[in-house]
Write a protein that binds this ligand. Structure first.
Ligand SMILES: [Mg+2]
Length: 366
């Protein structure tokens, strides 16, 4: 994007895009901690005294993590950054800087009846960056047969105080922020709007998608979402990472362990249990299921980007943090090696909870 200009001159589109990214990133508010942004060989980032760096990276690939025929470019940009910010939130880290590398088919960098796909991607990306005071401090851009966006987020946490997955203990209470299943419900809504032709295309897989992209994005406009359905799909298109909530959990020492819900409650809770060497029991009646979402979507739907955390039984956890509700959903148990780690309590029935989280747009249907 500017810290690096590797590769051949791919023509006006790419250089012009680099110029625009540099200009737009430069005009974004400089976050505390970024000393030098785009323009030199490296960015310079300085955490405060007593802090350490939290770094996360996340790769988004067309046909796998997003679809050019389903997601508007603004949503792809937003979601790319949201995934990284959500990982910082899960550690209780304060964002310092973002680094974005894009590989794009040429057609996506060329303006076509207004802004190019890449410009609109940046609109979505930079709007979320601004909301979380996270400057875009560098990256790279190259032509690619398939659209890919790779994000690196650098954050800061007080030394030794980061929220880890590995600190949950038997007896801890288990909490989630926000509502569950909203993103999966939204995605189901988008699939419905896309209609059978798009669903058929899904079956034809990555090769067909790649061919489509080589032909150009102009032939592959995203599904039109009617205004009345925008709210339904917003949780999927524009998920809100819980950065502020993570900071509060750390600052007020409320949480013993935390993870963000990117793959779905069943899968991410299993990760937390694995890292902590514990089990967990959740009660389905307590789950804050989003309006219109099913229990299955709340348990296994991915990409809600809420926080799942544990707290000591005596800790008084508020019912809301920075405007987002916090709900107790169960507790941490001893792990008996013969038993599955996560049990789910539904009425009087207790059964193991299979990790059946989100597999993105994998070719085998869930
Ligand atoms: Mg994560």
């Amino acid at each position: 994007v500017g810290t690096k200009r590797a590769g051949r001159d791919e023509g006006g589109g790419e250089l012009e895009l680099i110029r625009q990214i540099r200009q737009r990133a430069g005009s974004a508010r400089r976050g505390a901690g970024l000393r030098l942004g785009i323009g030199d060989d490296c960015a310079l980032v300085r955490p405060r005294a007593g802090e350490e760096l939290a770094i996360t990276t996340d790769l988004s690939i067309a046909g796998r993590h997003f679809r050019l025929d389903w997601h508007p470019p603004e949503a792809v940009g937003h979601r790319t950054l949201a995934r990284g910010l959500s990982d910082l939130a899960a550690m209780g880290a304060r964002p310092l800087a973002a680094f974005l590398s894009l590989g794009l088919p040429r057609a996506l960098t060329v303006a076509d009846r207004g802004a190019s796909w890449a410009q609109r991607f940046l609109d979505g990306f930079l709007a979320l960056a601004k909301a979380h005071e996270t400057p875009l401090a560098g990256g790279d851009l190259a032509e690619s047969p398939v659209a890919v966006a790779d994000i690196v987020l650098v954050g800061a946490v007080p030394e030794g105080k980061a929220l880890l997955r590995s600190r949950a203990r038997p007896g801890d209470a288990l909490y989630v922020t926000g509502k569950l299943g909203a993103a999966a419900r939204g995605l189901a809504g988008i699939a419905e709007l896309a209609g059978p032709s798009n669903r058929d295309r899904r079956g034809r897989g990555l090769k067909a998608l790649r061919e489509k992209q080589a032909q150009g994005w102009g032939k592959e406009r995203p599904v039109k979402i009617p205004a009345a359905r925008k709210e339904l799909t917003a949780a999927h298109m524009f998920p809100q990472p819980r950065v502020e909530q993570g900071l509060v959990l750390l600052r007020r020492r409320l949480a013993t362990a935390a993870i963000d819900l990117s793959d779905g409650l069943s899968t991410d809770l299993a990760h937390l249990c694995e890292e902590s060497g514990v089990g967990a029991t959740i009660q389905t009646e307590l789950l804050p299921v989003a309006d219109g979402a099913s229990l299955e979507q709340a348990l296994n739907g991915g990409e809600d980007y809420e926080l799942l955390f544990t707290a000591r039984p005596k800790t008084r956890v508020p019912g809301a943090i920075a405007g987002v509700p916090v709900t107790p959903i169960g507790f941490i148990t001893e792990r008996a090696t013969s038993e599955p780690a996560v049990m789910v309590f539904s009425g009087c029935i207790v059964e193991p909870l299979e990790a059946r989280g989100w597999e993105h747009f994998s070719e085998t249907d869930r």
